[in-house]
Write a protein that binds this ligand. Structure first.
Ligand SMILES: *Cc1c(COP(=O)(O)O)cnc(C)c1O
Length: 370
């Protein structure tokens, strides 16, 4: 028998979460963001569940080529744009739209006009409204738009920005409005479609932000962008990935005995503990705190001591029926349908659901559930 750990992809949950995005912004086109190999879920595994998406966003040319290989005929968008002039050959061949965020990319488009005059591109021009990573400043924006608009090889322009605080605790002003106002001002004299909202803005600012194309990422995978203020249950989202393993050993320990490397956990009373086949080499973070929740046979339990490379330990004292082979849900959904959100687990390791789902390692086999 192979080591009893696997990651299960729930396709019905992915499709459900996409519907939640669409219902939140019914007048918008919904692009499914599948960067980082669909947030660690695998583009090929999630693709059939996203049949209702209006388009897809990602970072690598290779991801776009994989989507075309799956038969996708919908709009595909390179979120960080092109990284070299040569990328335009692939964009033309595979009909990939791309973000234009800097002047050097405009120069590449101009040069390419001479190389392949018949090529036509859909571009998303990015305005830096406060995130200060990519995009033209509001001062430079008009001029950049005008240049692109004059190029024969640019057949459509969508105006785009990215919110830095749509997931913030405070709604309104502190969330998106400061950037939205900058965006509206910079684009006030230009008629072109816009793309603004990420998951947090879709779920929390739908009424405040107009966006012809929304870019939904994390919510599709069943993680709340604004946890702990709001949970996946608050947004009616379902976990799309379960990390599942089993109890492979059980120990009875006495008060004063320690558990694991560094003896960081010392029992205060006698305890029954279970050893689980999952460690940091599977993507379960080493720094996870004692007390982080897991499900053992669908019942909540807690981790104790340090996570090691291949194992972690859970307290089974309150679960006398737990045994060797008991199912352990590290995050996601138990086979009885009990949910343990990835956000709760991420909180125990000082990170976000985003990082955990992207971090499941290559040695963990995947299964697909429809
Ligand atoms: C990743 C990304 C998104 C999706 O963000 P989520 O928070 O996962 O919804 C949207 N737009 C851009 C430009 C991105 O890079």
């Amino acid at each position: 028998m192979p080591r009893p750990i696997c990651a299960v992809i729930h396709r019905s949950a992915l499709a459900h979460n996409l519907k939640v995005a669409r219902a939140a912004m019914p007048d918008s086109q919904v692009y499914a963001i599948v960067k980082a190999d669909a947030y660690g879920h695998g583009i090929e595994r999630v693709y059939p569940a996203f049949a209702a998406a209006d388009g897809f966003g990602f970072l690598d040319l290779a991801e776009g080529i994989r989507l075309r290989a799956l038969g996708c005929t919908k709009p595909l968008l390179l979120l960080e744009g092109i990284f070299a002039l040569e990328d335009l050959f692939m964009c033309a061949k595979y009909r990939l739209a791309f973000t234009v965020h800097s002047q050097h990319q405009i120069e590449w488009l101009k040069t390419f006009l001479k190389i392949q005059p018949e090529a036509r591109f859909d571009v998303f021009i990015k305005i830096n409204t406060g995130m200060n990573r990519l995009g033209f400043t509001p001062e430079d924006y008009q001029q950049a738009f005008t240049q692109l608009n004059q190029f024969r090889n640019v057949q459509s322009i969508t105006q785009m920005t990215h919110f830095s605080d749509a997931d913030g605790q405070r709604l309104g002003q502190e969330g998106v409005l400061h950037q939205y106002q900058v965006f509206r001002q910079a684009t006030s004299s230009i008629q072109a479609p816009v793309s603004l909202s990420n998951s947090a803005a879709i779920l929390r600012h739908a009424g405040r932000v107009h966006s012809d194309i929304v870019r939904s990422g994390i919510m599709l995978y069943g993680s709340s962008p604004s946890f702990p203020y709001q949970t996946i249950q608050d947004f009616n989202l379902k976990p799309a990935m379960t990390l599942r393993s089993e109890v492979i050993a059980i120990q009875q320990i006495q008060a004063g005995q320690s558990v694991g490397y560094g003896s960081t956990f010392i029992a205060k009373e006698s305890m029954r503990i279970g050893v689980v086949a999952c460690g940091y080499a599977d993507g379960y973070q080493r720094i996870t705190q004692t007390g982080t929740p897991v499900l053992v046979d669908s019942q909540r339990a807690q981790t104790i001591g340090r996570v090691s490379m291949d194992m972690l330990v859970v307290d089974l004292t309150h679960l006398p029926q737990a045994k060797i082979g008991s199912e352990v849900t590290l995050w996601g959904m138990s086979s009885q349908g009990v949910v343990l959100s990835i956000d709760e687990v991420a909180q125990g390791s000082g990170t976000l659901g985003y990082e955990l789902m992207c971090g499941v390692t290559a040695r963990v086999p995947f299964e697909i559930e429809n």
